[in-house]
Design a protein around this ligand. Structure first.
Ligand SMILES: [Zn+2]
Length: 411
């Protein structure tokens, strides 16, 4: 049993507009045991964090740890061993940016999750959906118009973000297989997308019958369906079918903003990815037909941030970056900070992210019983969100489950 005493922690978790008064934190066996001004313990290790800001470990609600290149068709065809090796690097880098939990929205499997849990790979806690579900010509079908080769192999290829299923029976089987294999929720490509060749934004792809069948299975398992969604019509359809989380949501209408706020449905905007895809997508391997689609959603996504914030929509932090662009994972903080107050931006990666992931009280918070995930920052992120960028340069301490994965010599 290892006990760590953290002293003089000024906590910022987005629930207040100023850092809290200093507290002591007792960490025992990977969990926060006690938090308070006068708390103390017989500790194996003492960390004095006076002069620093302390935050819960950050949570990114939308990543793709297997996207080793922005050319997702190419990525799908890579050997799974190579994808796993590259993915280990991508995940380590996420942790070193302060993200101690990430939710993967398509591709990562139980094997990667287990490799982290066992310590074979160093990375954030990984929440997975297995393969995202898509249909012929949908968002994870990377075949162009003259290519009708079978893609049944997507389901077994680690580098494939999704798998293809058509018709009620096939979507049911795919969802059941993903849940059997360790998926913690179901991800459905319920609209067209940017990084695929044949599906225009606004393509109402799966039938209502298929969408309802997927929701029935997820709910029966005790979990939820999250949808890749841009267009308002696709969003209405998904909500009517029982989807309980919206990814992207760039073209959501005022009426549906009110609806998701009222119904408590979370939205995970991912603006940084469009910013980068527009400016540097081609350089990172995004095919030209995809670069052309970025403009359809980029500006609209930014405009919606303020509206959703004011309407009280539960928002999660999302980056959704592919390949070499993943280094900009923390850029979403700064981008959102131009449209929303800093405390709300921070909350989207802490307490609100925990609600999105249905792990309230266990992650995204420094409180007794939660995983002892925390970062220490030089400076106050409520005044300067860019302190969270720079690949962890302003973070002398990053701790996951009570173990320091980064600790400056000065501590
Ligand atoms: Zn995504």
């Amino acid at each position: 049993m290892t006990v760590t005493l953290v002293k003089a922690a000024r906590i910022v978790d987005g629930t207040a507009a100023e850092p809290a008064d200093p507290v002591n934190i007792v960490i025992e066996d990977g969990l926060f045991r006690d938090v308070g001004a006068k708390v103390t313990a017989q500790a194996d290790e003492v960390l004095d964090l006076s002069g620093l800001t302390v935050m819960p470990g950050l949570v990114d609600c939308h990543v793709h740890v297997i996207a080793t290149t922005a050319n997702l068709g190419l990525n799908a065809a890579l050997p799974s061993s190579l994808v796993a090796a590259r993915s280990a690097h991508l995940m380590r880098d996420m942790l070193m940016r302060g993200f101690t939990t990430v939710r993967d929205l398509g591709g990562a499997d139980r094997g990667l999750q287990q490799a982290i849990d066992e310590g074979s790979f160093v990375g954030p806690r990984l929440v997975i959906c297995g393969k995202a579900l898509s249909q012929t010509g949908g968002h994870t079908d990377y075949r162009g118009p003259y290519d009708n080769r079978d893609v049944g192999w997507y389901a077994g290829s680690l580098g494939a973000m999704g798998r293809i299923c058509d018709g009620r029976t096939e979507v049911q089987r795919a969802a059941r297989e993903e849940l059997k294999n360790g998926a913690q929720f179901i991800k459905v490509m319920a609209d067209g997308g940017v990084s695929s060749p044949s599906d225009p934004i606004g393509y109402l792809v799966f039938s209502v019958d298929e969408l309802k069948a997927l929701v029935e299975i997820a709910k029966g398992f005790g979990t939820y369906v999250s949808g890749h969604l841009y267009c308002d019509e696709a969003i209405t359809r998904a909500l009517d079918c029982g989807f309980e989380c919206i990814e992207h949501g760039n073209l959501i209408s005022d009426a549906n903003i009110e609806r998701v706020a009222r119904e408590g449905i979370p939205v995970v905007p991912t603006n940084i990815t469009y910013d980068l895809l527009a400016s540097r997508g081609a350089e990172f391997g995004l095919p030209p037909e995809s670069v052309a689609k970025v403009a359809d959603v980029r500006e609209a996504g930014l405009e919606r941030l303020d509206k959703m914030h004011r309407a009280g929509v539960l928002m999660g932090y999302g980056s959704d970056l592919l390949g070499g662009m993943q280094t900009e994972q923390s850029g979403e903080f700064v981008l959102r900070g131009r449209y929303m107050p800093a405390d709300a931006v921070i909350r989207s990666a802490t307490v609100d992210a925990a609600r999105v992931l249905r792990q309230e009280g266990r992650i995204g918070v420094i409180a007794p019983g939660a995983h002892a995930d925390l970062i220490a920052l030089e400076g106050n992120p409520l005044e300067d969100l860019s302190l969270l960028t720079g690949q962890g340069a302003h973070m002398p301490l990053i701790m996951k489950g009570g173990t320091a994965v980064k600790k400056a010599a000065s501590l």
